[in-house]
Design a protein around this ligand. Sequence first.
Ligand code: AMP
Length: 145
Amino acid sequence: MSLDGIYDPDNIFAKILAGDIPCAKVYEDDQVLSFMDVFPQTRGHTLVIPKASSRNLLDTDPALLANVIQKTQIIASAVRKAFEPDGIVITQFNGTAAGQTVFHLHFHILPRFTGSNVAPHASGQMADMNELNQQAAKIQAALKQ
Ligand code: AMP
């Protein structure tokens, strides 16, 4: 059983998948979408989501989950090439009590730079869309290397 209830087809990531609201797209295939977090905690904060409707890691089909995690690894490698961080944090939250705020499974890729702080999670400090699109383009270029 899912944490916090059933899947809400009107959640913000479902709207992005439907093309109803824009995103700074990094990568897309038949099962996975990746885009820049619009409230970035660090420069280059990237999200990876399955296209299938699941709330969290626990209610996701294992084969789909394996693919999403493999794509997260590939995109994290591209984020590394694009931003040359000192470290990378991968996070994923399950349920309100765990800090989840959008109830469609997603992995965060957070580049970490020595001496730079991390903004609070889902802090509401919206980034400039042009800047996010430039960051997405850098990651896309790194994916092609
Ligand atoms: P979580 O709290 O783990 O559920 O993460 C949800 C993430 O989605 C947060 O980091 C938010 O900043 C991010 N977010 C919310 N709305 C959008 C949006 N429209 N486009 C991109 N990222 C978003």
